[in-house]
Ligand binder design. Structure first.
Ligand code: SF4
Length: 322
């Protein structure tokens, strides 16, 4: 019989997970550290539904093993990541595959040394793939901790202390999976369902959960106005491979900051693209020019990894060409 301050919570969690846990998720039904790690990376910025429907299986079909990621060109990995966004994740995944020769280490301490693997991801992979009894601290877990301990604001160091204080080290796998399930379905941002929550009996924030953590004023995102110029010669279009950190490795049309519309340029339309730190407001124009470096047919462009903005520009080009 275990004793401890949070025994009742740990018992509630085991019962709750047996009844409501998302046990059919594919990454909960594999021992492959690669598949678990891939899911953790994909889920960092993207909802489970989207990862399941559009990316996880498709990526694994292309790269069934981590060794195949290691031997693939980064362009192929970026192409498989296309549409998922936050492409640094794909570049780090590729680098990690190369650095480990397709064999992930089996401890959180070693995992955390690899590119793009933070402490929480290292703990998640070590716990889910290698049974290391460690807590995790993703955005959902943070929100539960803020509310459970009625903390309005604190830094990550303090949150890790709270995470260690609350977790069930005898059942770390189920505890961590439950934290993720509760965070996405019960202790949600706007409408926490405290009556059905396994933390409820000891939760210090349940009387007023929306007070925790305290709301920070959202800064208005700056707007970047650009012209995407699609240079062409005959029936081919110019694209460059990006070297900017955000979109490094992706192909794109030329972006001009101060493009002056000229009579032989054709306007194809406008679009907006939202990024984490800014919104791009783009006009797309078509312009004949023979001086660019690399030209591609539309079929060839479809085989390149493009950013979301460039895919929108491509759609405008295709509808113009029809
Ligand atoms: S009882 Fe309510 S506030 Fe507390 S963890 Fe559960 S859902 Fe969140």
């Amino acid at each position: 019989m275990k004793t401890g301050k949070y025994n009742i919570i740990h018992q509630n969690i085991l019962t709750w997970y047996a009844e409501h846990g998302r046990v059919t998720l594919p990454w909960r039904n594999t021992n492959s550290a690669y598949e678990i790690y891939l899911s953790e990376i994909m889920l960092q910025q993207t909802q489970v539904k989207i990862v399941l429907e559009r990316f996880y299986f498709q990526f694994l079909e292309k790269f069934p093993t981590f060794k195949e990621v290691a031997t693939a060109p980064v362009d192929d990995v970026l192409k498989a990541w296309e549409g998922l966004g936050y492409y640094t994740r794909a570049r780090n995944l590729h680098k990690t595959a190369i650095d480990t020769e397709g064999n992930l280490p089996n401890t959180a301490e070693e995992l955390e040394k690899l590119s793009g693997i933070g402490k929480s991801t290292a703990h998640a992979v070590a716990c889910f793939a290698f049974d290391e009894a460690l807590p995790i601290l993703d955005a959902n877990v943070k929100r539960i901790l803020y509310r459970f301990f009625a903390v309005e604001s604190c830094n990550d160091k303090k949150l890790w202390e709270l995470a260690y204080a609350l977790y069930d080290k005898n059942n770390a796998y189920i505890y961590n999976q439950t934290m993720m399930d509760i965070g996405s379905a019960i202790c949600t941002h706007k409408n926490p369902l405290c009556n059905t929550c396994p933390f409820s009996s000891l939760c210090q924030g349940k009387e007023n959960p929306l007070s925790y953590p305290e709301k920070k004023k959202k800064k208005k995102k700056p707007i970047r106005k650009r012209t995407l110029v699609i240079y062409y010669k005959e029936d081919k279009y110019a694209l460059n491979q990006n070297s900017e950190r955000l979109l490094s490795g992706l192909w794109g049309f030329k972006q001009e900051e101060d493009f002056e519309m000229i009579t032989n340029a054709t306007s194809l339309g406008d679009f907006k693209q939202h990024y984490t730190h800014f919104t791009l407001e783009a006009s797309v124009v078509l312009l004949k020019d023979k001086e660019q470096k690399s030209y591609f047919s539309i079929e060839e462009i479809h085989d390149l990894a493009l950013s979301g903005a460039d895919r929108k520009a491509l759609a405008l080009l295709e509808s113009y060409c029809q």
